[in-house]
Design a binder for this molecule. Structure first.
Ligand SMILES: [Zn+2]
Length: 214
């Protein structure tokens, strides 16, 4: 199987798995992945992640012109912002996942580091997660906000909207966005209960041991 065929299959499998587990609903969420020739595969506009057809995935050249398949997601600026600012990006996943969105709306959520340090895994996979402001759907400001981070963050959450995570490949980006959503869920579940998260020395040890950009 060619690289492109395998990646098309993986996008559809991973998207369906996320949809089936309620990580994004309806026609929300989108995925892109970069092929070794620099072209991109992207989920089509208006498509549901639970019902993608590998043959209809959008194939775009490096300048985001459609080569084949259905037209790509309208949230393409979110994806291109990561590819353009983080050279190591091989895939980007965006979800409208409930717990991340809920956490984005709480007034005492830290916009520079929105996940409390509850487990080492979110730190290892995501570094600090940046909470970006609310943008109207289709507002080009979304992509510009990601570009404004100058490639320093692999994971952001758009307030009242959802997370966007870049990874070195499709599996890495998928695992990372799931870690983000699960940590947001833990944060909400334990909110106000006096949960004992990681201490500053424990956080520092995780960052040092696993060489995390923090
Ligand atoms: Zn969205």
């Amino acid at each position: 199987m060619s690289e492109a065929s395998r990646l098309r299959e993986d996008i559809c499998r991973i998207a369906k798995s996320m949809f089936d587990r309620g990580l994004t609903c309806g026609a929300s969420g989108n995925i892109s992945a970069r092929l070794s020739d620099g072209t991109l595969l992207m989920t089509p506009t208006g498509s549901s992640m639970g019902f993608l057809d590998p043959a209809r995935i959008s194939h775009l050249d490096a300048d985001l012109r459609l080569l084949s398949g259905d037209p790509p997601t309208k949230e393409i600026p979110l994806h291109s912002a990561f590819y353009d600012t983080r050279a190591q990006t091989g895939a980007v996943v965006h979800l409208h996942s409930t717990h991340s969105v809920a956490l984005s709306m709480l007034p005492d959520t830290d916009a520079d580091n929105m996940l409390p340090a509850l487990t080492p895994y979110a730190i290892m996979r995501l570094g600090k997660v940046k909470l970006l402001p609310f943008f109207l759907p289709g507002d080009a400001g979304m992509g510009q906000a990601v570009r404004g981070l100058a490639g320093k963050r692999s994971a952001v959450v758009l307030a009242n909207h959802g997370p966007v995570v870049a990874g070195k490949d499709l599996w890495a980006a998928s695992h990372s966005i799931e870690e983000l959503e699960e940590t947001a869920k833990l944060a909400l579940m334990t909110r106000g209960m006096g949960a004992v998260g990681l201490s500053d020395p424990q956080i520092a040890a995780v960052v040092r041991t696993f060489d995390i950009d923090w």
